[in-house]
Design a protein around this ligand. Structure first.
Ligand code: TYD
Ligand code: MG
Length: 423
């Protein structure tokens, strides 16, 4: 149970609509659409995730684990928006203005219309926004903000919700784009960004493994664009750098000729990405077989192992299995099935796949290989990166133009694909 304090009911807040203006019912044919303008930052990855740029008057939530790089990202975005002539107010409840300045210097950012403000009280922030009239406001982080009207602690459900709804009002009334940072709390849902998802226009999650340098910005909700876009960044000494060619990067450390490795051309949003799937299969020494997977859905892996056992005759029940999508990415789409199966088979049989082979296809329970979407883009990406053969579902072979540098092998069943891959 979480206690929730309600604000003063005499408030007129609930009358504010999405557009910030008083609204009335109108016939749909009478409504005119103003051309939606977007401001593009210099980071193409960031623009793409937002659906093409920053929309004025939008409220964007950026969630992520503490220390993942949210402040760094927003500081860099602020500097760029400022360079393009926007007035930016960066409100921090976590660091002092001097600390932020130090970080900005480390990132080599400076700007004359870039204001830093260390404050945690929402009405004070509202006052400053009204005086300064910025085009963009960053709130870092929502968990440190509080509203005088509510007397519970910062970070509590009612404080977080009330602060966000005030910010929503400010964004809509003044056409200011506001970015809110939200830490993902250990307990998960309570007072974390999840609770705010329905209130804001766009929700982006910044994720990555602490010990990897890659960071992935993922759109979870977007009123102004598609939600399956991701942006890839690398955390370096001088801040976040965008990764424009992720495939190359994810394959860089691949060990040619190792068993248990298979490459897939997965789609992340509108972009194909080549990722190595690794497996390690070894006999169980004692008790139940151990199975883990990182970056891959565990139930998908279990299902594929069951199909391999039943339809392709691999005896996996007394084998431990460890699976991983290399590079710290998380893949979740049907087309990665075949590469998972091949990588398991490769480790089990102790036979390596050819380093220039790529595998695409969904696996059905009867061991059939089912067609997948966007096959042309996937195969083109593989060809572009120098792959020589690509295994695809047979039903996917028609109706598109195959690149001539790559041999396309159509497969109907899993056993057929395994046979062709290991000769
Ligand atoms: P930060 O943006 O403070 O994370 P968050 O706001 O999500 O809590 O990022 C902190 C981490 O980023 C910190 O561990 C150090 C690292 N970092 C770099 O590696 N290079 C840099 O240039 C900067 C500014 C930070
Ligand atoms: Mg921070």
């Amino acid at each position: 149970m979480v206690e929730e304090k309600l604000p003063d009911q005499s408030d007129s807040r609930s009358r504010v609509t999405m557009s910030g203006k008083a609204s009335k019912a109108e016939p749909i044919t009478d409504i005119t659409i103003e051309k939606e303008e977007r401001v593009k930052t210099k980071m193409a990855e960031f623009n793409r995730v937002l659906g093409g740029g920053v929309v004025p008057g939008s409220l964007v939530l950026i969630g992520g684990d503490p220390g993942i790089g949210k402040s760094t990202l927003l500081l860099q975005v602020s500097a760029q928006l400022n360079q393009q002539g926007g007035k930016v107010l960066y409100v921090s409840g976590e660091e002092s203005a001097a600390q932020i300045k130090m970080r900005a210097e480390r990132l080599e950012l400076r700007g004359t219309d870039f204001y830093l403000y260390a404050e945690t009280e929402i009405s004070a922030i509202q006052g400053t926004i009204e005086k300064l009239k910025p085009d963009y406001v960053i709130i870092d982080s929502i968990q440190t903000m509080h509203h005088v009207k509510i007397d519970s602690a910062s970070g509590s459900v009612s404080q977080v919700r009330e602060s966000t709804s005030t910010l929503m009002q400010i964004a809509k009334m003044n056409e200011i784009a506001i970015f809110i940072v939200g830490h993902v709390t250990k307990e998960g849902a309570i007072a974390g960004p999840r609770m705010l998802e329905h209130m804001v226009d766009t929700v982006l999650y910044f994720e990555g493994e602490q010990h990897h340098t890659f960071r992935i910005l993922r759109a979870v909700k977007n009123r102004f664009g598609s939600t399956n876009e991701i942006g890839i960044f690398e955390m370096r000494n001088g801040g976040l750098k965008e990764v424009l060619n992720p495939s190359q990067l994810f394959l860089e450390e691949r060990l040619a000729g190792a068993t248990g490795s298979a490459v897939v051309a997965a789609m992340e949003g509108t972009r194909p990405m080549l990722v190595e799937i690794q497996s390690l299969i070894s006999p169980t020494v004692f008790g139940n077989a151990k199975r883990t997977s990182s970056g891959l859905d565990y139930s998908r892996v279990s299902l594929i192992m069951a199909v391999l056992e039943k339809r392709a005759g691999l005896l996996l029940q007394n084998q431990d299995a460890y699976l991983k999508a290399a590079g710290g990415v998380r893949l979740d789409e049907p087309a990665i099935d075949l590469s998972i199966a091949i990588s398991i088979a490769s480790s089990y049989k102790e036979k390596e796949t050819r380093p220039t082979d790529c595998f695409i296809g969904e696996i059905g329970l009867t061991g059939e290989i089912r067609s997948v979407s966007k096959i042309e883009q996937r195969v083109k990406e593989a060809a572009k990166l120098g792959f020589k053969r690509v295994f695809i579902p047979k039903n996917n072979k028609d109706g598109w133009e195959m690149p001539d540098k790559i041999e396309v092998i159509g497969c109907t069943t899993l056993s057929e694909a395994i046979k062709k891959a290991f000769i």
